[in-house]
Design a protein around this ligand. Structure first.
Ligand SMILES: Cc1ncc(COP(=O)(O)O)c(C=O)c1O
Length: 372
């Protein structure tokens, strides 16, 4: 039986390996390792790609989210609506900013924030929401931006899993007051280490993020600290690598979509519930997440592992059920879809450069499990 990797970064990077190697050499020789020209170049290229005025490199996606909330004056006692069905960082950033996360439910088909649940989660203290573009597909930004405008809420997009994803032809990260990206290596635009980016067209947010990432140093006089900042800068080596990879991002996303398309076809006649691309979305398949009915998720996961196919579960413990959240008495909204999904979801291997024989091996193993 064929062994299939869950992810293969070296294979995904093969097409620009030589370019990356010479960029590393160039940076090493330049001595400009932090806040140098390589970062400025990447920021200009990324802002142009997303369609915002500014892009600011930071140390991680979590910091991008935290800095954006702080730049929008979200503070102690404020409530921020987030999905529970997401990576914990989304809510962690709210807590780092001193505010209170209020968890809303998601749509069963797209895994993204359900606008009706957001409406239920609103209170007099709600100041912001963080739509997450989960697994590579944009949340319903038409409906969510309408609620935000009506209720005068700040919107910080968590686009950490959605580099290059579109909603109605607009890029993830260009809808809200700020968009937040992670460059964790396995992300669609992943680096060779940690990193993140804030996108915005708001000058005040831009200026504050520049200060937060660099110890709160004044923009005009770096010896005057008039903000309480962090050390969270995107270094030149990462920036140079990401500049090269950004040129291949659309192609890499098309490769992800082609793998997803093959899965759709090869798994169509199985009992699995396959990912759904909303009509207005351009899905970039950060992850290929299926739903396994009838309580069989764990058994299928075990069967696949025995046949050399690693899978993961995103997310068995939604954020509202995490110990860091449970110990606080937060306002509770009913989350029936999140509770259902956590027992059903299973992430199959998907990465740029994955071959058809590898996809066939996964599909054949799934079919064997269901006795086909
Ligand atoms: C949805 C989501 N939000 C936030 C983050 C945090 O990004 P980072 O790991 O770069 O802090 C991640 C990824 O790790 C993520 O998937």
């Amino acid at each position: 039986m064929m062994k299939v990797p869950y992810f293969d970064l070296a294979r995904s990077h093969q097409k620009f390996f030589d370019q990356a190697q010479s960029a590393f050499d160039r940076i090493l020789k330049s001595g400009a390792y932090i806040l140098g020209p390589a970062l400025k170049d990447l920021e200009a290229e990324f802002a142009a790609y997303i369609g915002t005025k500014y892009a600011l490199g930071v140390g991680s996606g979590t910091d991008a989210l935290t800095f954006s909330l702080k730049a929008l004056d979200i503070k102690k006692g404020d409530e921020v609506i987030v999905p529970s069905f997401t990576f914990t960082s989304t809510a962690l950033a709210v807590i780092h900013a001193g505010a209170i996360p209020v968890f809303a439910d998601v749509d069963e088909e797209t895994f993204n924030l359900d606008p009706r649940s957001v409406t239920q989660a609103l209170s007099r203290k709600t100041r912001a929401m963080i739509p997450v573009h989960l697994f590579g597909q944009c949340a319903n930004m038409t409906a969510l931006m309408t609620i935000a405008k009506q209720k005068k809420l700040k919107v910080v997009e968590d686009a950490c899993q959605a580099h290059g994803a579109l909603w109605n032809k607009t890029m993830a990260g260009a809808f809200g007051h700020a968009g937040c990206f992670s460059f964790y290596p396995t992300k669609n635009l992943g680096g060779v280490g940690d990193g993140g980016m804030v996108t915005t067209s708001d000058e005040k947010i831009m200026r504050r993020v520049i200060q937060y990432r660099n110890l709160g140093k004044g923009i005009d006089d770096p010896f005057v600290h008039d903000e309480i900042g962090w050390t969270s800068r995107l270094d030149s080596i990462q920036a140079a690598f990401l500049s090269i990879k950004l040129k291949f991002l659309d192609e890499l996303n098309r490769e992800r979509r082609a793998v997803a398309e093959m899965y759709h076809k090869k798994l169509a006649r199985t009992p699995l519930c396959l990912p759904h691309e909303a009509r207005d979305a351009y899905h970039v398949y950060h992850l290929y997440v299926v739903r396994v009915p009838d309580g069989k998720r764990d058994a299928l996961k075990e069967h696949l592992a025995k046949e050399g196919i690693p899978t993961m579960v995103h997310y068995a413990t939604p954020v509202h059920a995490q110990p860091i959240i449970k110990k606080n008495k937060l306002r509770k909204i009913k989350l029936p879809v999140t509770e259902k999904l956590r027992g059903e979801v299973l992430t199959l291997p998907l990465f740029p450069g994955m071959t058809e024989p590898e996809i066939d091996a996964v599909a054949a193993s799934v079919k064997r499990f269901f006795g086909d």
